[in-house]
Design a protein around this ligand. Structure first.
Ligand SMILES: Nc1ncnc2c1ncn2[C@@H]1O[C@H](COP(=O)(O)OP(=O)(O)OP(=O)(O)O)[C@@H](O)[C@H]1O
Length: 332
């Protein structure tokens, strides 16, 4: 399926921070019962062209198995591409992994880089040595980050005693202590409660606004996307399916609008041309619209006594679900 595109935000004429052209990664897997094993090639990522400029926040989305983690691993040098080429901050990641590590921060939400048995503060001190950050710079930055991420009270706590949200904030701090230009996040809010999610989202926005840090994140949490990403890239079955703004994403997929009707009395599901009743709860009914809302509203109001009406635009969740379905269904 060719990628759908929408107008990307205006960018300064600067060097891209990420530039991938025709990027691909295949794996050879062995399958089948003993003595009848066969080798099969799995294409995890194919033909991905992706250019990200400094200061962007880009959401990299896709259903399970779409190729997000494989892309992230190629961008951070953990995996070598089998096709195409990629540069991150001007470096070829798999060949210049150590040099690249000094320029980027990486957080994989399900895997901590902190030392489990050490107090948080000691983990940060070890990180300082790994990145060779001067002591005074480290102290200043640690003070800023721990204040913004509300980690002060936990600096003496061993990592294994931290809650998931505290640990995630610790991982973010560790990834940012050396002042990277690019932050790569794989599921940064996975498993967190609403307050912790919000703390992390607000922090990332501030980091981007005040320091100009470029952020590339994968997430299945569309709240992250709505709050953080001016640009989304959708990958499906290894290929790009969309690259553009959130508004364009909404416009590119025909997800239906829903009319919520509060009748004066409970009634049987409404049958109206151009609408499909998808839910009934007492006097409230939800009509999925395939026609002009004004005509549907007029017809419902002509037949029933209506107490209230609300027209709901498709939420980003149903837009993305429709996009994934469309991409899975194939071209067109
Ligand atoms: N080391 C590997 N060996 C064989 N196949 C792999 C390997 N890593 C990934 N794959 C396959 O490549 C495809 C893409 O996987 P990947 O982990 O990149 O997807 P993802 O979008 O990150 O999925 P999820 O959202 O579930 O984490 C999948 O079919 C997966 O099974």
């Amino acid at each position: 399926m060719p990628p759908k595109t929408a107008a990307a935000p205006a960018r300064a004429a600067t060097e891209p921070i990420i530039e991938a052209v025709g990027l691909g990664r295949e794996f050879t897997v062995t399958e089948g019962p003993f003595l009848r094993r066969r080798k099969r090639t799995v294409s995890a990522v194919r033909d991905v062209d992706l250019t990200v400029f400094p200061g962007e926040i880009v959401g990299y989305l896709g259903p399970n198995g779409a190729g997000k983690s494989s892309t992230m691993k190629m961008l951070t040098g953990i995996l070598s591409p089998t096709q195409g080429r990629v540069r991150v901050t001007g470096l070829e990641p798999a060949r210049r992994r150590t040099r690249l590590a000094a320029r980027i921060g990486v957080v994989f939400g399900q895997r901590s880089t902190l030392w489990w048995d050490l107090p948080l503060r000691d983990s940060f001190e070890l990180t300082r040595h790994m990145y060779r950050v001067p002591a005074a710079d480290h102290a200043r930055r640690l003070a800023e980050l721990t204040e913004l991420l509300e980690l002060g009270p936990f600096l003496a706590t061993p990592v294994r005693q931290l809650s998931l949200g505290q640990r995630m904030r610790g991982d973010l701090t560790a990834a940012l202590l050396h002042g990277p230009r690019l932050l790569v996040l794989d599921e940064p809010t996975i498993g967190l409660d609403v307050v912790s999610k919000s703390t992390i989202r607000e922090f990332l926005l501030r980091l981007n606004a005040e320091e100009g840090t470029t952020i590339l994140l994968t997430t299945h949490d569309l709240g992250d996307v709505e709050r953080l990403c001016e640009r989304v890239v959708v990958i499906d079955q290894g290929r790009l399916a969309y690259d553009g703004g959130l508004a364009g994403l909404r416009a590119s997929v025909p997800a239906p609008r829903v009319l919520v009707v509060d009748l004066a009395e409970p009634a049987a599901p409404l049958t109206v041309e151009g609408a499909r009743c998808v839910r009934v709860d007492g006097p409230r009914q939800w009509l999925e619209l395939s026609d002009n809302p004004a005509r549907v509203i007029a017809e419902v109001a002509g037949r029933h006594e209506v107490a209230d009406l609300t027209l709901r635009e498709p939420d980003i969740e149903s837009v993305v679900a429709a996009l994934y379905r469309g991409a899975v269904a194939g071209p067109g």
